[in-house]
Design a protein around this ligand. Structure first.
Ligand code: ADP
Length: 160
């Protein structure tokens, strides 16, 4: 049984993330989408809310579970007996950072392998921050985030 962890901030989950989740779920026995708290970013949605929203959009995927974690990712992988960390790659600009993280994680725990999935070209420009930027300025985010997430993001910016 191979368990994979797919970490990120998912603030909010986008169609790019969902595509990676679906593809990872077709490869690994179990995928644990892990919502990480990032102290350097002030999030739109709380950790708990982000977990709930991802659960909602992955309810049709029986081997996907969603959790949150605020420690060292490789420790979480150990705890969950996960051998794989999944990362999505969009452009060369993602590469340098992800390369550094993958090497650091390997140094911290050589038992855990980082695997990269390339984005689908239609999502290569998509990031949570771009979604927030567009929604904040009143632009349409249909097709960028899963159905059900759109209204939540729009509501947030109407209230803030
Ligand atoms: P973002 O970069 O959108 O703010 P996260 O930090 O939550 O999102 O990203 C979590 C993971 O998902 C990272 O490995 C990131 O490279 C990947 N990812 C984000 N957006 C996409 C996308 N559109 N296509 C493929 N992978 C993506």
């Amino acid at each position: 049984m191979t368990i994979a962890i797919y970490p990120g901030s998912f603030d909010p989950v986008t169609n790019g993330h969902l595509d990676i989740i679906q593809r990872a779920a077709s490869i690994y026995d179990e995928v644990i989408v892990t919502v990480m708290s990032n102290s350097s970013k002030k999030p739109m949605f709380s950790l708990g809310k982000r977990v709930k929203l991802i659960e909602k959009v992955t309810e049709n995927l029986p081997n996907v579970v969603v959790e949150s974690y605020s420690g060292l990712l490789v420790d979480f992988a150990d705890q969950k007996k996960a051998k794989v960390i999944i990362k999505g790659l969009r452009a060369v600009s993602d590469f340098e950072y992800e390369f550094q993280m993958a090497l650091m994680n390997r140094k911290l725990n050589p038992q855990v392998e980082t695997m990269f999935l390339m984005t689908q070209s239609q999502y290569s420009y998509l990031s949570s921050s771009v979604v927030k930027e567009v929604a904040k300025l009143g632009g349409c985010i249909k097709g960028l985030v899963p159905e059900g997430i759109e209204a939540e993001v729009v509501r947030y910016f109407n209230e803030h």
